[in-house]
Ligand binder design. Structure first.
Ligand code: SF4
Ligand code: FES
Length: 376
């Protein structure tokens, strides 16, 4: 079936992400969020979130991610999770673990939370401080990891890999398994959008480093330990793009703290005025809005995607990345070797070697802790 036929067969969203606030105590150098991310206002009140959950549940969604910014900074989070459980959602909290109110994990467990995904940047305190620009992050993350396990919740550790920590992959695996007792470890090679794109020269590992890190992960996996470890290869080193979001408007729905509905959590970096749940129902937004229909099917595609026999596999790649790197949201994702803009990726890789000493830039440059001098 071609993607144009699929446009007439719109399925409801399967995976819904509520971004409860964009406030975040950390300034991770690899953050994929847009540069003015922290300026989004918290305009959704508890009752708005309840209505959104009722509407998406009615459409058939069952997976609910609760994220941010740092979602634990939303004072209504326990009631929101309780409502999600009452509606029958499987809830996953995505957190940095920093700035968490005392005792919150136990309350969330009682409210019905099932899984916590915790970002851990390193087993080493100095590296974590360097990456997050936050001196107390290490202790707070360790404390909350223990609370998650003590509460009997599933713990997924997510480690974003950059040049600052790629040499530590073996130690990070050991730390996640033995110290944190994680159920899963995702070693995620980051996507270069937002702050990550600003910092790309200082962050992008080289191919040899990636090969070695993958070998270390595979070696651990071959031992059949309790913790499951996954390694996600960065698309800059592939010759085909990822099928990002499984195609926009097919599977994922994100709601921002100001009520904006998005088919991908960074889709607001593109020049589209996305609809808002305060003005329209989820049903209208998902099925009928011009914006959510824009990238369905293949009529929006430019060449070479439009006539490519692989377009049903990757949908032309990532729209946010195509826009960030070419200024054209309809362009072929430059990761693809068939893209006329593929040279942009090759240049990024070459520049990351040439300008490898570029300083890390944080959201709040004045508070930079980059003086923690490490050689990578
Ligand atoms: Fe995918 Fe487009 Fe590349 Fe074809 S040209 S493989 S559809 S990104
Ligand atoms: Fe937005 Fe890929 S991250 S479409």
């Amino acid at each position: 079936m071609s993607t144009n036929e699929k446009v007439n067969d719109i399925k409801p969203p399967l995976w819904v992400l509520l971004e409860l606030t964009h406030k975040c105590p950390l300034e991770c150098t690899y953050c994929y969020n847009q540069l003015d991310f922290a300026n989004t206002k918290d305009e959704m009140i508890k009752e708005d979130w309840f209505r959104v959950m009722e509407e998406v549940r009615e459409l058939g969604a069952v997976q609910l991610g609760i994220s941010g910014g740092e979602p634990l900074l939303n004072k209504d989070i326990v009631e929101i999770v309780a409502k999600a459980s009452e509606l029958g959602f499987y809830t996953n909290l995505i957190t940095s673990g920093v700035g968490a109110p005392e005792g919150i994990i136990g309350k969330l467990k009682d409210a019905g939370l099932k899984t916590v995904q915790l970002g851990i940047q390193s087993h080493d305190k100095d590296t974590m401080t360097l990456v997050t620009n936050h001196k107390g992050a290490y202790e707070q993350k360790l404390k909350i990891a223990k609370e998650i396990k003590d509460a009997g919740l599933q713990l997924i550790v997510n480690t974003c890999i950059t040049r600052q920590n790629i040499h530590q992959v073996g130690e990070i695996i050991e730390f996640a398994d033995e110290t944190l007792d994680a159920d899963y470890l995702e070693i995620a090679n980051i996507q270069y959008y937002g702050w990550a794109l600003q910092n790309v020269n200082a962050l992008l590992p080289n191919k040899e480093q990636l090969t070695k890190a993958k070998e270390v992960t595979d070696k651990y996996r071959s031992k059949k330990k309790d913790m499951k470890a996954f390694f996600v290869v960065p698309d800059y080193f592939a010759d085909r793009p990822k099928a990002c979001m499984n195609g926009l408007g097919t599977t994922f729905l994100t709601i921002n703290p100001d009520g904006m509905a998005l088919p991908c959590n960074t889709a607001n970096t593109m020049p589209i005025q996305w609809p808002n749940v305060k003005n329209s129902s989820i049903k209208e937004i998902w099925f009928d809005s011009e914006q959510f229909n824009h990238f369905r099917g293949d009529s929006w595609m430019s060449e070479p995607c439009r006539t490519c026999d692989e377009r049903d596999k990757d949908f032309g790649g990532c729209r946010c990345q195509a826009y960030a790197l070419t200024g054209d949201m309809h362009a072929t994702d430059p990761v693809c070797s068939k893209s006329p803009d593929h040279g942009v990726i090759e240049k990024k890789i070459a520049d990351s070697v040439k300008f490898a000493n570029q300083d890390l830039v944080y959201r709040n440059k004045k508070n930079s802790l980059a003086f923690i001098n490490k050689t990578f």
